[in-house]
Write a protein that binds this ligand. Sequence first.
Ligand code: FAD
Ligand code: FES
Length: 258
Amino acid sequence: MKLIEDMKIVKNCEIAKNIYEMTLTGDNVKLMNQPGQFVNIKITEMSQLILRRPISICEIDQEKKQIKLIYRIKGQGTEILAKKLPGEVINIFGPLGNGYPEYSIKNHETALLVGGGIGVAPLYELAKRLSRRKIKVKSVLGFATMTDVFYEKEFSFYGEVHVATIDGSYNFNGNVLDLIKSKNLQFDVIYGCGPQAMLKAINDEYINLKKGYLSLEERMACGIGACYACVCDKANKSTETVRICKEGPVFKLGEVEI
Ligand SMILES: Cc1cc2nc3c(=O)[nH]c(=O)nc-3n(C[C@H](O)[C@H](O)[C@H](O)COP(=O)(O)OP(=O)(O)OC[C@H]3O[C@@H](n4cnc5c(N)ncnc54)[C@H](O)[C@@H]3O)c2cc1C
Ligand code: FES
């Protein structure tokens, strides 16, 4: 089966300031079965937007043949995406990459999901799947400010949720790591996605203490491992690199240089 498909937009609406949730339907949903994978979206045929835009898969509904994506308006590509209407089609390449290994945690263990900003999105399908296995899920969602907050209620269906804002305008005042420490959250396996500084802080803090998986982000071109636009160094081996789109975007704690 081809990984490229024109998928139909079912819904595309703003859920927080400049944050949009898009629901898509198509046959290729049946290939999407791993939390943390991404799709590469062709925005238009315009030459200045020739590169596809990588966006994580937030939720997968096999019965309805639907996926949800959550994206932040950042530049020209996502701005155009936000104007698309239900009924229109967009060309989707995916699923791509390796997501979170959901069976990396045992049934009696506790998972801590840590999302920063738009990095909250790929953790949602993981939360759903882990809780279906009766694994205890704790989610820590970090945002810059109150108007950025999204999916607090959605995550609460699957376990306890803690929200931190950097400016203190909503719930905990500080970053996600401050919150984890201040509330003394206990867990066995940590799963993270968010800004590089947040991932580095998690990596440095838990590298020798916990099992964990982090989803990295890098500017991409092909999205399939062919162009080497997205390489990063393997930890402690500066001559060895990995491609974030192909070997990742999810890596074990301590596996790559952040
Ligand atoms: C694996 C992966 C998953 C992602 N998941 C999401 C998600 O779920 N939601 C979301 O809002 N964003 C996500 N991003 C970031 C998203 O791809 C960029 O915000 C988006 O491509 C910006 O496009 P633009 O045209 O609006 O911005 P512009 O800045 O105009 O983009 C110019 C070029 O830079 C690239 N680019 C810019 N920022 C990034 C970035 N952070 N990462 C990769 N390429 C970038 C664009 O793809 C484009 O080729 C993800 C990135 C990666 C690598
Ligand atoms: S984007 Fe081409 S190798 Fe990763």
